[in-house]
Design a protein around this ligand. Sequence first.
Ligand code: F6R
Length: 608
Amino acid sequence: MCGIIGIVGNREVAPLLVDALKRLEYRGYDSAGVATIKDGKLDRRRAEGKLANLDRKLGEEPLAGHVGIGHTRWATHGAPTEANAHPHFCNGVAVVHNGIIENFAPLRAELMAKGATFYSQTDTEVVAQLLSAYRQEGLAPREAMQKALGRFEGAYALAVLFEDQPDMILGARSGPPLAVGHGQGEMFLGSDAIALAPFTDEITYLEDGDWVVIKRDLLEIHDRTGKLVERRRQKSQGAAYVVDKGNHRHFMEKEIYEQAEVVSHTLAHYIDFAEGRVKFESSLIDFANLDRLAMSACGTAYYAGLVGKYWFERFARLPVEIDVASEFRYREMPLTGRMAALFISQSGETADTLASLRYCRDHKLTIGAVVNVRESTIARESDAVFPTLAGPEIGVASTKAFTCQLSVLAALAMIAGRARGTLSAEDESKMVRALVEAPRLFNQVLTAIQPQIEMLSRELSRFKDVLYLGRGTSFPLALEGALKLKEISYIHAEGYAAGELKHGPIALIDETMPVIVIAPHDRHFEKTVSNMQEVAARGGRIILITDETGAAATTLETMATIVLPVVDEIVAPILYALPVQLIAYHTAVFMGTDVDQPRNLAKSVTVE
Ligand code: F6R
């Protein structure tokens, strides 16, 4: 959450800072700000709301200077006002921060007792105030930084400007990511490689606890203890990605339509097309010798993991312990026996997922990660990285990353099934064929169902609550459908296991509560139809998402029936994600919400 950028450049930096912030806006968009130094004077512009407001302000009141820092905010402490927007200033010190300084309250009290006046409600302002206090005690910038970092608890990526050192920026990382970009006579700091992509593809990723000094032709990296250290300089892939919407209205729409390509690309990484088998990666995780697999993730990635649990248990007879990472990390789960752990994350930076990973690593488990950002912290801290090749996902609501995660988990479950002798070669080859053919169906399905879903979404937008039901692997999809709808349309939605309906939620059913039932004609179909009957008997309106066989097999009256082709059950969750995503997308578009940047959310959740 929050994106930060810093540039020690040799040209006007304000437009460059804004350009980088545009690429970081997915990390937060409650407010934005930039600060530069010109003729030895710090100055800043800040604006509430989207980056466009800051851009407008800079148009009216330009900011000159070749050195500057910038920030796009996802508010944690203090409302998203201009006063709380970064950069925060204190006596010639300017700070931008991503993360949370957890002990900000005692630090603030200590500084106030010494006479400091605070101008914001943020935790970040203590960073500027403390650095300034140390400078006033006579410490040089490096010493002040080292001393201040020793006092912070919590998580931070920081970029700091000192007015009396106009050609230098200091940065620090503990938790959230921070990378240095090497330019030609220029040096950059940024939250990710995508932000730095317009300037350079030569990147150095900082490790936890590192802090840095950058000048035009100097990079000095210190570890937590202050010792000078070397970190690898590498070519980043960020520059290869064009981050634009193409012909689409929103990134989310573009990303929904990209799924045929990226799922196919991802599958190609795991499947040997010539052999019709999953590529064997036994050296990474020894599936054959496991008693249990622990899995954890957040949000949509967690729902992908839930589908994965069904697959690992069914095809590999491997018991799976799965929980949302915010619970997993504190459960003190006994990690006994022969276990490995698998974490799923698009960004690879989600704080709770990372903390769960570290818990398992501390218990000596082999760690696997299904991640989209190859250079992310979760990827770097894992023993085995299973990449999803979805490309940058910019829409805050995850779509293509989800179907790519499912594709990787399907492949891993098959690898595990083969290693454990529970999946026959015939079954594996049948499933592989089905998976390989699946992406070809995607565009056909999207084109076929789009007009119907657009019309349906108009109707859905009139309702206040929506229920999603599913059984088996369709249950996590019901959860995902509800999450997608609520996060971008703000309509209240809940996902339930279809069989749980009668244990409570059925009390909600009436004509004001549409029920979206995800039911391919699989071995659960008849049972799900019984649950639909229970809904219909109580006047509930049903939207059925099924296949041609399912549609032919039910005579129930529905508000709409969305019909997909019949597919193998390993493909079903991947294919059924498409209507689920489109329903949320079109409902939100119809309601006029900000689809790509829904309120209160951010793409990369680096705080607890
Ligand atoms: C919902 C969504 C979130 C993320 C979650 C985990 O559409 O995108 O629920 O899935 O914040 O993020 P990652 O996958 O980056 O760990």
